[in-house]
Design a protein around this ligand. Structure first.
Ligand code: HDD
Length: 724
């Protein structure tokens, strides 16, 4: 009998090939005897072997020694970046075959489902750090295709900080906790990070993304993913097209407020991990569409940026994203360590039909990923760890090394050989053997960077111009917060000069918040602060105007806002709650796909006006508004009076207001508004605030659903702020 309980939705899923292959490696202890690692049955797992009851412990106790030795070696080094993460299994299904672009089988057969394992992560924090750090999110997908593993190791932002892998260790050293005191954890708001960034104008575009709400997602399920680099697709004729890979979440792209993020970090640092786990567990399988932007070889130099520069996007207005498939995550791992921790991604894991470009960041990555697994996973056989194995057979002449699992038979471990019939055999290209793209290269060896990479600001501007007003305000606040934590004034000033290249209003607003008077014109500071030795290499930023003013896809304001699927709604209740009001709203929300939780002034049950016991999910002590997308207070005089006496209930409403969430109160409960800070300070609804609703029945439910689907009433931030 398997211990793992599957939901009906999960049980109904056909087992994908990867899950089937993992099965023989799983162990289920249900009704099994306890044994040592070597299979000897254990009689007493409570006491060590001693010389007499109180006597000294005997070295002979192999059971104790084995248990403690194993425990002593349970940890492996965490990932040097992306240490904090969470994974899930799923499938990829193609909508549209693209033989004209790629010969990869999984991009040509719309009938097959390719198993995948996905790991989301933050970048800077340690394994135990908060999910809600302001940070880039990793979005790494391992496709177990019939032609071997393809890893798309991307992020939730489409560009990167640096253009050349040579700078990666510097970037990571700068953002990680400072080396003398190991502070701050999982945060970029400190001197070394901004020192580096202010000296690296190529990071300007990425920094705009990092200071935007993209860096504090509402959920992994509500963020985009990007392959970042230009890759190549190779068709059966050997022709190449440049391609950018995209993941578009079907729930839209949404974020939390920064204050909300900070609160969640304290109250539930596992917030994103839990959200992913619970969504999959409850059958709300997260989904993304797979998109490609394709550029023919001949158009390589058609753009006002270099396709090989990873600090640039291809605006969707210039090359639309074609959605060609769907990723669905439908199964949680059985064991975090064995699967999520031991999974090893690598940009260099490609299959026939996909190839690399000369993006210098990508080229460096091609070295780094295997190299890091060698120390993290302890040797060259990490591909044999079950989660890393392809679903197709592996045969070659690689042998031995730490923890080798495979028992290769025969004498031949070399090629050519006659002792083993010259097996395993090389495979012709026409039969699926990998052949690198036949790119023409005729160059001098130089340690340099192309001039075409020196436009550092045009897309940073494009990003800022494309944001809605609330998004722009959040960027101002984020810079003000981050630079406000920087102690060295010269670094703050240098960073403000960088901002002056992007948007003067942005710079001025941040400068005002930092109390720094800046009057220089952008042209006076364009290359200010770049160290002379870098400048010697012709490291000067070029002034380039983007051909576009705005790109709609860059703003989250235009994202999907037509549903409330999987949104979490808190109901505040106490004894005497009006059952009809509660049930009406609950039914409407659940029917629309939301998750409703009852929060009481205690745990256990509350007794409704009809004397029914209503089970509580949480209490005001164990829960708080930041875990929810919206809050509803049902009617029932006794319940409302009790909540009115409860400061935590009022705080719940104030905080939900502060974080721009939809708040609905049954008409009878609207008296509670008078007790809230926001209710007290304004006697009428703030302008544009469609998120505070009172009323009855279906009308209230309909309005509430609309308000929740809108995600947040960001405009509220311009109204009076709540000191919650
Ligand atoms: Fe990286 C992990 C994404 C640049 C070196 N990277 C890692 C992970 C993601 C990315 C999602 C976590 C994978 C997992 O869940 O296990 N990295 C990116 C993206 C980049 C990027 C989108 C730029 C476009 N990375 C990058 C460079 C280098 C590395 C330039 C080194 C030259 N990255 C690593 C690494 C890691 C890693 C040290 C740490 C753990 C691991 O690889 O397995 O090799």
């Amino acid at each position: 009998m398997a211990k793992k309980t599957l939901t009906p939705e999960q049980a109904a899923l056909p087992e994908n090939q990867k899950i089937a292959k993992l099965k023989p490696h799983t162990a289920d202890a249900t009704a099994q005897p306890m044994t040592t690692d070597h299979g000897v049955k254990i009689n007493d797992d409570q006491n060590s072997l001693k010389a007499g009851d109180r006597g000294s412990t005997l070295l002979e106790d192999f059971i104790l020694r084995e248990k403690i030795t194993h425990f002593d070696h349970e940890r492996i080094p965490e990932r040097v970046v992306h240490a904090r993460g969470s994974g899930a299994h799923g499938v990829f299904k193609l909508y549209k075959a693209i033989p004209e672009l790629s010969k990869a089988q999984f991009l040509n057969d719309t009938e097959i489902e390719t198993p995948v394992f996905v790991r989301f992560s933050t970048v800077a924090g340690s394994r135990g750090s908060t999910d809600l750090a302001r940070d880039v999110r990793g979005f790494a997908v391992k496709f177990y295709t019939q032609e071997g593993n393809f890893d798309l190791v991307g992020n939730n932002m489409p560009v990167f900080f640096i253009q050349d892998a040579m700078k990666f260790p510097d970037l990571v050293h700068a953002v990680k906790p400072e080396p003398d005191n190991e502070m701050p954890q999982a945060a970029s708001a400190h001197d070394t990070f901004w020192d580096f960034i202010s000296l690296m104008p190529e990071s300007a575009h990425m920094i705009m993304w990092l200071m935007s709400d993209r860096a504090i997602p509402r959920s992994y399920r509500m963020m985009e993913g990007f392959g970042v680099h230009s890759f190549r697709l190779i068709n059966a004729k050997g022709e190449s097209h440049f391609v950018k890979f995209h993941w578009k979440p079907l729930l839209g792209v949404h974020s939390v407020a920064w204050d909300e993020a900070q609160n969640i970090s304290g109250k539930d640092p596992d917030f994103h991990r839990r959200d992913l786990w619970e969504a999959i567990q409850s059958g709300n399988f997260p989904e993304w569409e797979f998109g490609i932007q394709v550029v023919p070889e001949a158009d390589e130099h058609k753009f006002d940026f270099d396709l090989l520069d990873p600090t640039k996007i291809i605006p969707e207005e210039l090359v639309p994203v074609q959605r060609i498939g769907k990723l669905t995550l439908n199964r949680n791992p059985d064991n975090f360590f064995a699967e999520t921790e031991q999974v090893a991604f690598h940009v260099g894991h490609i299959v026939p039909g996909i190839d690399f470009t000369n993006d210098p960041l990508m080229q460096g990555r091609l070295f780094s990923y295997t190299d890091t697994q060698l120390i993290r996973l302890g040797g060259p056989n990490f591909h044999e760890i079950p989660i890393n194995r392809p679903v197709v057979p592996v045969h070659n002449n690689q042998r031995d090394g730490f923890m080798r699992q495979t028992i290769n038979i025969g004498k031949a471990s070399y090629n050519p050989n006659s002792t083993g019939g010259n097996d395993p055999k090389q495979v012709k290209e026409t039969e699926g053997g990998f052949v690198s793209y036949n790119e023409r290269i005729d160059a001098r060896k130089v340690r340099a960077r192309s001039k075409s990479f020196f436009d550092h600001y045009s897309q940073a501007k494009l990003f800022f111009n494309s944001q809605s007003q609330p998004e722009k305000n959040h960027i101002v606040d984020a810079f003000s917060f981050e630079l406000g934590k920087v102690k060295t004034v010269a670094i703050r000033e240098r960073m403000l000069n960088v901002l002056s290249q992007i948007d003067l209003d942005l710079r001025n607003k941040v400068a005002a918040k930092l109390g720094i008077a800046l009057s220089k014109k952008p042209e006076e500071v364009i290359n200010q602060g770049i160290p002379a030795d870098a400048a010697q290499k012709d490291y000067q930023s070029l002034k380039v105007e983007s051909s576009l003013d705005k790109s709609e896809a860059l703003s989250m304001a235009t994202t999907i806002k037509d549903n409330i699927k999987t949104r979490k709604i808190a109901f505040l209740v106490a004894d005497g709650v009006n059952e009809a009001s509660l049930n009406m709203m609950k039914k409407a929300l659940v029917a629309a796909g939301a998750v409703v939780e009852m929060i009481g002034n205690r745990q256990g049950n509350v007794i409704s006006d009809k004397k029914t016991a209503i089970a509580l999910d949480e209490s005001l002590l164990t829960s708080c508004s930041v875990f929810y997308d919206a809050v509803f207070v049902p009617g029932g005089k006794k319940s409302i009076d009790a909540l009115g006496m409860e400061p935590d209930a009022i705080h719940f409403l104030d905080e939900a207001y502060k974080h721009c969430k939809a708040i609905a109160l049954d008409a009878d409960a609207s008296t509670l508004l008078g007790l809230t800070y926001f209710g007290k300070v304004s006697d009428k609804k703030p302008v544009n605030d469609e998120g505070i609703l009172t009323g009855k029945d279906k009308d209230l439910a309909d309005e509430f659903i609309k308000a929740i689907a809108g995600h947040r009433v960001w405009e509220r931030e311009q109204q009076r702020k709540v000191p919650a």
